[in-house]
Design a protein around this ligand. Structure first.
Ligand SMILES: C[S@@+](CC[C@H](N)C(=O)[O-])C[C@H]1O[C@@H](n2cnc3c(N)ncnc32)[C@H](O)[C@@H]1O
Length: 190
């Protein structure tokens, strides 16, 4: 039986190298986005998005996915130390390429900053993992009409992600809204 191609690192907050999560919370605050539900791909061990959304009083609820054992463990510790935060911020261990739509609610916002960064054909061969386009389509289906889907233009895989986004944007009822710092924002049409 093939094992999951999980993330064998624990990523700290390094804003100079990877500012996407900080730019995202700045975006939420700049646009006064409140009371929304957010699916977030790649929590990092810092859990910045979930923590900031709790601490700034925005009442945004965040569901984060991580494929790192250490990051999932750091979430467990965070939740134990901060039960109030654990209500509005939940992180779970899993491979985004193995998401099951029946287990997901609808979201107001979806972040896919690391689209194409961690996919490989060996995952498909080993356990039938989805492609990046399939993940993007699945999460688009789980986004409410009028909801936002965000990408990270400085991603190390953005050359590939750009192509996936172009195919998706032609086939799906979505429209480009704006760029904010390093983020590219699309809206699912209402
Ligand atoms: C480079 S870190 C970036 C973390 C954070 N977004 C940041 O910018 O600081 C990549 C993140 O993607 C997650 N990740 C990698 N492959 C994944 C996969 N197949 N499914 C879900 N999460 C994955 C890792 O667990 C990690 O949280």
């Amino acid at each position: 039986m093939s094992k999951m191609f999980y993330y064998t690192d624990a990523w700290p907050l390094i804003v100079d190298m990877c500012p996407c999560d900080v730019h995202f919370t700045e975006y939420l605050e700049a646009r006064n986005i409140r009371n929304k539900s957010i699916f977030h791909f790649g929590t990092g061990s810092h859990h910045h998005v979930g923590i900031r959304c709790h601490e700034n009083g925005s009442n945004n609820a965040v569901l984060g996915i991580t494929a790192s054992i250490e990051e999932a463990q750091s979430y467990s510790k965070l939740a134990i130390e901060n039960p109030r935060l654990s209500r509005s911020y939940k992180a779970f261990f899993g491979d985004i390429y193995m998401l099951e739509p029946r287990l997901l609610p609808e979201f107001d916002m979806v972040t896919l900053f690391h689209l194409c960064e961690f996919w490989g054909p060996e995952m498909v061969e080993a356990y039938g993992a989805m492609s990046d386009l399939e993940v993007l389509n699945l999460l688009t289906d789980r986004t409410r009409p009028g909801g936002l889907i965000l990408f990270y233009v400085k991603s190390m895989a953005f050359d590939r992600a750009r192509e996936v986004i172009a195919v998706w944007a032609k086939a799906r009822p979505v429209e480009r809204v704006e760029e904010y710092k390093t983020l590219l924002v699309y809206r699912k049409k209402a």
